[in-house]
Design a protein around this ligand. Structure first.
Ligand code: GAL
Length: 491
């Protein structure tokens, strides 16, 4: 009797509780933020099979697929109601060969296929929504071999206003996707309503934390009434939100991201023409470092060499794809007097831990003129209590923008006459970011530009609306001068 009693007890302890089986919150997707392309920012409702497939071809040809932009995501406006069985129908005028064909083509090109629906009775552009049809629509998506679902929030029949109500509505699709048995990344898009950063990691791989982005650096807009001036508590998400607007709201919520579950700052505007080169670099740097999904939102037929050189910078993407999955935090923010035409002007410093003990630091100059900016190690490694041990160490400084592809090379690639040279380009199909970082691939580190001694200060000139984005690594070079805190290496 005793032996069977002990066997039972042992069995109890030997069997792992199912609760602890999953390593990531909901599935094993988006372990690092998802990367890809979505048509909405550049094309809105003008979608069709040709757009998706020709974009995919071009992205592969210019090397963006192999640097990690893996998902081609179709947004709103693709459907044509439901058939007599209640199944969603694709619009055959836009998708003459059907969605399964699109998926097959994309898969054969080495991409994954993303699809869009809405947790309401209609999508935002008033096509059929999935509320009440979750199981059926998830099965349809799975039958089309879809790999990703962006799930919007329009026409939700009043089923919002509290985290519990909203969570239940989005959870229904989580379960429906799971029960298809297909691995489908779940990207919630409820614009930050009902505080998804507090609960959505139990439901989705990512959640939008703000109203829609607009291709502007800092233009205030009445359609985007909430700002991050005094925290972020917003009852109307709106749209037309500038990069700085979204960033200043993200500052309050981004720490809730974790591997497998990310705050989504919305799709990238890089290449769409509304911002200048420095502003796009800032936009890309901040989205990368805050661990937002990186979904390009451009038109590959009009994209220029500058945009290619930004979007393909491996040293910045390596921050986004860092296996530690820790977003940067804003360490300080000050208003400045040199405001731009919109009356906006501020400077900020962001810092965050990376795998292997490195640290990423961003000096952001959202003032209207170039300026010298600095940050002390004490500010960079601020601890809640006591003095961070890192302050007592020496650090090498790598500039993450210094080695990006030059525009002439990017132009030859765009023209189809050149290939990206090794040393400024990274192919994730050959070595993952995780393995490349562990191996210390130089292309992922940027350019060594100096070092800072224990207790010292980092100083950089930062262009108007620009960033200095730096990786700090424990010093091996010890190129310090006795008198200087920071030694430039002849920039
Ligand atoms: C919005 C969403 C956008 C886009 C649009 C489509 O709600 O935030 O990213 O998907 O709907 O109608």
């Amino acid at each position: 009797m005793w032996s069977s009693f002990f066997t039972a007890i042992n069995a109890l302890f030997a069997t792992p509780s199912p609760k602890y089986e999953a390593k990531y919150p909901i599935n094993d997707l988006a372990v690092t933020p998802q990367m890809g392309w979505n048509n909405w920012n550049a094309f809105a409702c003008s979608v069709n099979e040709h757009l998706l497939l020709s974009t995919a071809e071009k992205l592969a040809a210019v090397g963006l697929r192999d640097i990690g932009y893996q998902y081609i995501v179709l947004d709103d406006c693709w459907s044509l109601g439901r058939d007599e069985m209640g199944n969603l129908r694709y619009d055959p005028a836009k998708f003459p060969h059907g969605m399964k064909y699109v998926a097959d083509q994309l898969h054969s090109m080495g991409f994954l296929f993303g699809m869009y629906s809405d947790a309401g009775s209609y999508t935002c552009a008033r096509y059929a929504g999935s509320l009440g049809y979750e199981e059926q629509d998830a099965k349809t998506f799975a039958s089309w071999d879809v790999d990703y679902l962006k799930y919007d929030n329009c026409f939700n029949e009043g089923l919002s206003g509290s985290p519990k109500i909203t969570a239940e509505r989005f959870r229904a699709m989580k379960h429906a996707l799971k029960s298809t048995g297909r691995s489908i990344l779940y990207a919630m898009c409820n614009w930050g309503e009902d505080y998804p950063w507090k609960w959505a990691h139990t439901i989705a791989n990512s959640w939008r934390m703000s109203g829609d982005i607009y291709d502007s650096f800092d233009r205030p807009d009445p359609h985007c009434p909430c700002t991050g001036e005094e925290g972020y508590d917003c009852s109307y998400a709106g749209s037309h939100c500038s990069v700085m607007n979204i960033l200043n709201k993200a500052a309050y919520v981004v720490h809730t991201s974790m591997p497998g579950a990310w705050n989504d700052l919305d799709m990238l505007e890089v290449g769409n023409g509304g911002m200048d080169y420095e502003e796009y670099k800032t936009h890309f740097s901040m989205w990368a470092a805050l661990k937002s999904p990186l979904l390009m939102g451009n038109d590959v037929n009009t994209i220029d060499a500058k945009a290619i050189s930004i979007l393909s910078n491996p040293a910045v993407i390596a921050i986004n794809q860092d296996p530690a999955g820790m977003p940067v935090n804003r360490m300080w923010r000050y208003y400045v007097n040199d405001t731009d035409v919109y009356g906006q002007g501020e400077i900020q410093m962001w810092s965050g831990a990376l795998s292997g003990g490195d640290q990423v630091v961003i000096l952001l100059n959202a003032g209207n003129s170039a300026r010298m900016m600095n940050a002390t190690l004490e500010e960079i490694f601020r601890h809640e209590t006591g003095i961070a041990p890192e302050i007592k160490e020496d650090w090498d400084i790598y500039d993450l923008w210094a080695n990006r592809m030059d525009e002439a090379t990017a132009q030859t690639i765009l023209d189809g006459t050149g290939v990206a040279p090794a040393g400024v380009y990274y192919n994730v199909t050959e070595l993952s970011f995780k393995d490349g970082l562990a191996a210390g691939s130089p292309v992922l580190l940027g350019k060594l530009v100096g070092s800072v001694e224990a207790g010292g200060v980092i100083e950089r000139e930062v262009p108007r609306h620009g960033v200095a984005m730096l990786r700090l690594r424990r010093s091996k070079t010890r190129l310090r001068a006795a008198s200087a805190h920071q030694v430039p290496l002849g920039l």
